[in-house]
Design a protein around this ligand. Structure first.
Ligand SMILES: [Zn+2]
Length: 302
């Protein structure tokens, strides 16, 4: 089916207290892996394209791959811009056919973040496409990540109320203790802060940096208002590890498909595991929708 907007699906997730997986895709194998699992589990899914992925694949190619895969799926697929950098990039992604946008103004001061986010929301809403924005800052591995720095960068509940009112965004990425690009799942979310934010604002909340968060803490977060859960690093690490192992076992292999397929399958395993934590299985059934997805296989080199 054609791409769907994230708006209705995040509201459904909010009402029914489940999380929608927002998985970053860097190439065709990632897109296939994510959508095949969504299909198997009958789950709605968000495919995210990051700045790095846009540079790597090109915006047109990245969009075309996700659109083609979504068309074959019977479950709802959203194409989302992850950490949009500026106004013009959001315009380009809207025109390319993204069904969900993000502006990350977390490096700006409050007033400038409001100003730019509101400008993007006004433009995007004219085409009925929802916008996510970030308040507070989810830090990166490599930043100064002392407990004190992470806490200082967290979303302030009272500011969040003003931010949502002034920008008219559709979902809010909150900084509540996760850090981008962590490989170990050791971070715990500040659930008390999340509860406070959820009690004050009505739109769905988004977790970034979920790869580094203890899955039990993610589940608690979903029970307390998180509706979109972003996962990138865990997928990438699984892919690289699997293709490395396959190559090491078969260094004379000439057929690259035989090296890449274990990578894709490793991504599938991870997506399936995360969907189990999110409670989204069976939430993407659409009456009458049929799947045209054929899982990859390798018979011989042709
Ligand atoms: Zn992020």
């Amino acid at each position: 089916m054609p791409l769907v907007s994230s708006k209705e699906w995040l509201i459904k997730a909010q009402k029914e207290k489940f999380g929608i997986g927002a998985f970053n895709a860097d190439n065709m194998e990632f897109v296939e892996a994510i959508i095949e699992v969504a299909e198997e589990e009958k789950a709605p899914v968000i495919i995210q394209v990051s700045q790095g992925a846009i540079k790597y694949a090109g915006l047109e190619m990245a969009t075309a791959i996700v659109k083609a895969a979504a068309e074959l799926a019977s479950v709802p697929v959203v194409l989302h811009l992850d950490h949009g950098t500026d106004y013009l990039q959001n315009v380009r992604c809207l025109r390319a056919g993204f069904s969900s946008l993000m502006f990350d103004g977390s490096a700006l001061n409050f007033e400038d973040n409001v100003k730019m986010t509101a400008k993007i929301t006004e433009m995007s809403h004219a085409c009925n496409i929802p916008v996510e924005a970030e308040l507070g800052k989810v830090l990166q591995i490599g930043d100064n990540n002392s407990a004190e720095t992470i806490e200082k960068a967290m979303t302030q509940p009272d500011e969040a109320v003003r931010f949502v009112e002034l920008t008219k965004i559709d979902s809010l990425a909150v900084a509540i203790g996760s850090v981008h690009a962590m490989k170990d799942r050791t971070a715990k979310l500040d659930i008390a802060r999340l509860k406070k934010i959820q009690s004050l604002i009505s739109i769905p909340l988004v977790l970034h940096g979920s790869s580094g968060v203890d899955p039990e803490s993610i589940k608690e977060g979903i029970a307390n208002g998180l509706c979109k859960i972003n996962v990138a690093t865990q997928l990438s690490v699984s892919f690289v590890k699997a293709i490395g192992e396959m190559y090491n076992k078969n260094p004379a292999e000439k057929d690259m498909r035989k090296i890449l397929l274990p990578g894709k399958n490793a991504v599938k395993d991870r997506v399936r595991e995360y969907m189990g934590y999110f409670g989204c299985k069976g939430k993407g059934i659409i009456a009458g929708a049929k799947s045209g997805i054929v899982a990859s296989e390798i018979k011989h080199h042709e």
